[in-house]
Design a protein around this ligand. Sequence first.
Ligand SMILES: Cc1cc2nc3c(=O)[nH]c(=O)nc-3n(C[C@H](O)[C@H](O)[C@H](O)COP(=O)(O)OP(=O)(O)OC[C@H]3O[C@@H](n4cnc5c(N)ncnc54)[C@H](O)[C@@H]3O)c2cc1C
Length: 398
Amino acid sequence: MGRETQGGIVGAGPAGLLLSHLLHLQGIDSVVLELRSRADIESTIRAGVLEQGTVDLLTAVGVGERMRREGSVHHGIVLRFGGRDHRIDLHGLTGGRAIMLYAQHEVIKDLVKARLDAGGRLLFEVTDVSVHDFDTSAPKVRFRQGGEPQELRCDFVAGCDGFHGICRPSIPATRRTEYQRIYPFGWFGILAEAPRSTPEIIYARHERGFALVSTRSPELQRLYLQCDSKDDIANWPDERIWQELKARLATTDGWSLMDGPITQKGIVAMRSFVVEPMQYGRLFLAGDAAHIVTPTGAKGMNLAVADVRVLARALAEFFTSRSTELLERYSQTCLPRVWRAQRFSWWMTAVTHRFDDDDAFSGQLQLAELDYVTSSRAAATALAENYVGLPMDASSLK
Ligand SMILES: Cc1cc2nc3c(=O)[nH]c(=O)nc-3n(C[C@H](O)[C@H](O)[C@H](O)COP(=O)(O)OP(=O)(O)OC[C@H]3O[C@@H](n4cnc5c(N)ncnc54)[C@H](O)[C@@H]3O)c2cc1C
């Protein structure tokens, strides 16, 4: 069966859903195809830190109302090392900018609702998605819905299908360059029904490995500890997790970690990845389909948002004037910001994690780096401006 639309969007993550919403606001029609069910995408726990630019954009396009009500604005973060806390005053160092803690699946719920309320076409639980003819002016997406083969004819395809999606590998291998780093460790993440231990996110560097304390609500806390990426969740009963977190987060001033029942556990591998360019013909990649950052800098979802903001603008120009200028420059516009986020995420990882080849010398270098960033206003400002998010337009840093 055949259908038509202006934009065929593969993937209903933050990238695909926000793109569909932004296009709708410009009067551009799209269809979003998603492998998973609505209930599944609305309940998968992932990111939680929204940069100031992401918050501003979601608010400006009418999907920020619940986020403003239920999210929590943070004006600083804490770097903990040597058993002591060192606060980075994000707000003071960036002229009043901040971050918002609001879970990614809540952003997803807001976007799904906005699209469905506006009559948007979101097709869940489709299978066998494949993209075709995107090197012509008449691309197609083929898929199955309820087992029936379908074909979506469109003017362009947006590959918003995450790192393991089908869009990126559909670009001929000779027309893309991939840059990748895989780290020798992962993050063990938990959700715990416990009171808040800290008003601000804590990044802890410890000889036993990195730990992070974040929050989702006054009753629900998100914590991570560095682990072997091949480790098995079964090796980590609750008592061991709390014991390890408490050891890595111990301070000299008697701070205590609040514990409680653990409701979710998972291991995230650590990877940095970029594909260049982020487009081929009429196929445009956005978000994790084009790049992965280590979660230490809290940039993944924010990069996805920044990409689709650029893409929506370029498509709006195309559909209004038939000019392909912004579309042709899509990768060129996004990539400098992507690489800056890579640099920052790598740096945050490098100064806080224990590496396999750790030796006493590199441990001392990490401490010197952390000491510098928490004692020099210039260095702290550099951290703060990256953490709250660089301008959407990378050239405006100059
Ligand atoms: C455990 C974890 C913690 C994280 N923490 C943070 C954080 O604190 N801060 C941060 O900024 N980022 C974080 N990230 C990264 C962030 O979640 C991602 O960068 C973000 O989800 C990217 O959005 P996306 O829309 O590009 O891709 P995704 O969210 O991956 O969405 C892609 C969608 O495409 C669908 N799909 C895949 N293949 C197909 C197909 N063939 N056909 C149709 N649909 C398909 C998938 O089901 C999925 O719904 C974290 C990630 C993980 C895994």
